[in-house]
Ligand binder design. Sequence first.
Ligand code: PMP
Length: 458
Amino acid sequence: MATGVGIDPARIAQLTEREETHLNSETTGSARMYARSRKVMPMGVASSYQARSPHPIFLERGVGSKVWDVDGSEYRDFHNGFGSMVQGHAHPAITRAVAERMPQGTHFAAMTEDSVVVAEELARRWGLPKWRFTNSGSESTMDAIRLARAHTGRELVVKMEGSYHGHHDTVMVSIGIDIDDDAVGPANRPNSVPYGGGIPACTVAQTIPVPFNDADALDARLTELAGKVACVIMEPGMMNIGVVLPQDGYLAAVREVTLKHGVLLIFDEVKTGITIAAGGAVERFGVTPDIVTLAKALGGGLPSGAIGGSEEVMASIESGLVYQVGTYNGNPLSMAAARASFLEVMTPDAYAHLEHLNDRLHEGLGAIIERHGFPAHVIGLGAKGCIVFSPDPVLNYRDWAHKTNGPLNELAWLYNMNRGIFMTPGREEEWTLSVQHDDADVDRFIDVFAELASDLTS
Ligand code: PMP
């Protein structure tokens, strides 16, 4: 695995140790809470993705673009709940909508008007006519795949190698793989590899990975598996290995290839939806799949998800062939938040503001990279973006694993945390801006990166 071009690994290690010591000394309240949580929760966290060594940072509250940890430290939040909080924390419109709903009852498992308003807005934004609700991204992708299997009468699922689509068995395949392990197979025809334990081998064998940004490899695999594949599920832009954008013409080619093979195309927009444009990747890249899955930013901080589809595909639910169900689907609190988010917060002005902030970040970070000859480049669109710690473009998972500098990512995270920028721990995360971020927030992010670049190159 690459450790970086032109950056001395010993210097990275030295700075990492210094920064780690500092962060630990500033987060003793989190360490104390972790001592309690680890006694009653595996890894001391609610979800394994919240774990961090030696302890996770416990937060107390968030308002606007900022969050505060239990030690009282203030951070500008660029993690934003794994990309869910594009509205920013405690947005007044969402707070009001939820507060008004609360005393009127929070759950009935019966229809309320807000879910209709939200579905209407989804249909308008995505150009897909029919919508159903879920409670998470995992539920959305699980239901979308079942729908595709029922619609086609086929069982195999094709996904992009390295893409994350949630934690149900079918999609827990070929993620975070060790590319130096022979088990992963050749790059243009990868093997199916389980992501963690507890996933039946027969399920793993039904999910086939292909490389992102390679429509020919997809076409070849679908030809080989002719008549057996129900769907291709993919993020239209990969957002779980930093950000990897589709090359020009790639998504259109995927659309063409899937139509040719009679395979449904699912765009998993759990991360791109709502964040990169009002109508997500479908609007931004101009390609319409058969099914779209949403979650994260849909509920403005309340658990929710959705699947949208063509009349033809959603007819399988309409006819009763497919059970798309869930006690909390369309929960009134989540729907009140989603309605306020769509109608009052995520407006055309909000998207213009996000583009402005992202452009400013892009330019500011790009100038630093240029000035220091730093081995990195910047990607950004809408609320999303990242610094890719590789001088060369990254096209897919193996590229990312080969080219990007893991230790440098970790050091950048520590620099951010120690200087008031809250970021997701881990090599693969990107930033999510919120509509409540401002120029001062992004300038701080740029300043911290300038300090890192200078400390590593001078
Ligand atoms: N799809 C994508 C693209 C995701 O990024 C995620 C979560 N990171 C999921 C699905 C799963 O969503 P959830 O964690 O809400 O189940």
